[in-house]
Design a protein around this ligand. Structure first.
Ligand code: MD6
Ligand code: FE
Length: 202
């Protein structure tokens, strides 16, 4: 375990290669039930470069109606598929004593996709940490403090790494600067998948 700053820990190689492959297979099934969609920014309507889907009772979406959690896929109207077993295991291993996760956001980064600095603050409770799993190409993750514009540092997240993000860092600004193409052979078409598990209600 590598402590990045108080509340933020990276667990390099948390998932073995076999587990990473099994999780990708679970996600392939999930994406059949809940296809990846392209979220848009609430005010500008600008599309995200990251494509998303969700698993679990609640899914995070963004469109003209704002950022929110909802129980149904925005395009198919179907409930989200269940959270993959290995993701639930990560939550139980790393999430402390928090209640079961309600949302598992799945982000897909094709070449050139990134995610700007943001806070995760659409949940009704910040008591539980966010547990994140990375699959595929290595990402450059940037993290700062809870005020926008403060100093930041970057950490590389490789395939199989877990990140726990909680405590005094739960509202810290963070984002993905870039994904380093060709650094992993896990995903047939390359790119990166990130799962973030969250508790939404107390
Ligand atoms: C990503 N992750 O790794 C984006 N948020 O692709 C996040 O935005 C994130 O990894 C909160 C906590 C952990 C995360
Ligand atoms: Fe985030």
């Amino acid at each position: 375990m590598l402590s990045v700053q108080p509340g933020v820990a990276v667990h390099p190689g948390y998932l073995t290669l076999d587990e990473q492959r099994a999780l990708v297979a679970e996600l392939r099934d999930a994406a059949k039930a809940a296809p990846f969609f392209t979220p848009t920014m609430p005010r500008t309507g600008k599309p995200f470069s990251v494509r998303m889907t969700n698993c679990g009772p609640l899914g995070w979406v963004s469109d003209a109606g704002g950022y929110r959690y909802q129980p149904l896929h925005p395009e198919t109207g179907a409930p989200w598929p269940p959270i993959p077993a290995l993701a639930l295991r990560a939550w139980r291993d790393l999430g402390g004593d928090a209640r079961e996760p309600q949302a598992c956001l799945v982000n897909y980064y094709a070449a050139g996709a990134r995610m700007g600095l943001h806070q995760d603050r659409d949940e009704e409770t910040f008591d539980a940490p966010v547990v994140s799993l990375s699959l595929g190409d290595t990402a450059v993750f940037r993290i700062g403090g809870i005020a926008r514009g403060g100093p930041t540092r970057s950490v590389k997240l490789a395939s199989g790494d877990a990140l726990v993000f909680g405590g005094e860092a739960r509202l810290a600004y963070h984002g993905i600067d870039r994904v380093l193409g060709g650094t992993s052979g896990l995903l047939e078409r390359g790119g990166r998948i990130n799962l973030t598990l969250r508790r939404v209600t107390p």
